[in-house]
Design a protein around this ligand. Sequence first.
Ligand SMILES: Nc1ncnc2c1ncn2[C@@H]1O[C@H](COP(=O)(O)OP(=O)(O)OP(=O)(O)O)[C@@H](O)[C@H]1O
Ligand SMILES: [Mg+2]
Length: 404
Amino acid sequence: MEFAERHDLLNKTFTPRSPVNQRQLFSGRIDQLAKVQRAVESPGTHAVLYGERGVGKTSLANVAEQIAPIWNSETIALKVTCNSNDTYSTIWRRAFSKITFSEKSQSVGFLSETSINTRSFAETLPQELTSDDVENALQRLKKHARLFIIFDEFDRVFQASSTLTLPFSDTIKSLSDNNYDITVLVVGVADFIGDLIAQHESIERAIVQIPMPRMSSVEIGQIIDTGAARLEMAIENPARQQIVKLSQGLPYITHLIALHSFQEAITNNDANVNKGHVSIGIQTALDEWQASIKTDYVKATTSVQKKNIFREVLLACALAEVDEIGYFAAADVRSPLREVTGQSYDIPNFARHLKEFSSENRGKIIERTGQAKRLRYRFNNPLMRTYVIIRGVAEGMIPLEKIR
Ligand SMILES: Nc1ncnc2c1ncn2[C@@H]1O[C@H](COP(=O)(O)OP(=O)(O)OP(=O)(O)O)[C@@H](O)[C@H]1O
Ligand SMILES: [Mg+2]
């Protein structure tokens, strides 16, 4: 492959900033796709797909939208991406505007001709949609097709508009009570689910909850291999392992590091990616990381005292074992801090650091909850946690082998 061609293809292969929208580039997630398929195939069943930022929700939604008509040829699948200006009415209007139909029209006059016009279904509906309008519209549509409607980034509307919850769960309830052949899939970060379900206890039965966990090492490895094959390149095993490990199950990180590592190899006219390319790739990835994360890191770790341990404690926090929802306790920081510094620190030696990380002064990089003695901590932004670890490895503060 020519240099220019490979270079061009690289930016379409590793795309940290955009979700996957081609099945060939989509790796793993068999289990989650099967659950979506089951929901689509059972009338009256709807689903919520939820998981942390950057874990691959939109990519899965894109692929599900593409393959739903293969699961069942009568299915019309459509996806609406919500934003914080949306309301109940606007998200449904956008869904209906994606359904088009053809209409014959006869022009009047002597030489009357028939022409075929394409119209969007939304044009046949009132401007401001109530839940009755939506239900009527869906009732009309269900005669013609099985519908699979995906609302992505649902958490955004949800946070912005408290008036969305009730009519939306009314609609879900009514669709499932009437056993319509319509499946709604709601996608987003988890916050909204409790509220959505709380509106009607009985809708809990009609909604399948599909958590999106981080990806396994095998799935992450596949992303790298698929990309390498597409670029007609190879990657040495230690280099591949390095990317897998640093990704920590987040495909976003895989794409980011792979992009820059493969770029480095291509620039050096090398079709074989090695550890040296990956080291440079990591450095570039760190440099290109969202500016806000980099500034927050500096704010959290800078001190006028030369022999301070803010960087080390922050890294130990990022390495600490967490519970299901990402929280750790001060005691969990002790052992990684020993690994990072080679010295034993007890909780009182770093309690002040933990407290400061959750203060305005250090940018509230970590949030703190619970009562004294039972305090729990969590990174405010999960990507910050990943950034801290990758930076720690790049700066030689912790060997890669120590990353779980
Ligand atoms: N199954 C997959 N195979 C290969 N790459 C993936 C897969 N899932 C996600 N990615 C990649 O990971 C990155 C994040 O994916 P995506 O945008 O789908 O995540 P998300 O959970 O929707 O993120 P957000 O919470 O920010 O909306 C993208 O670069 C995407 O290309
Ligand atoms: Mg998304």
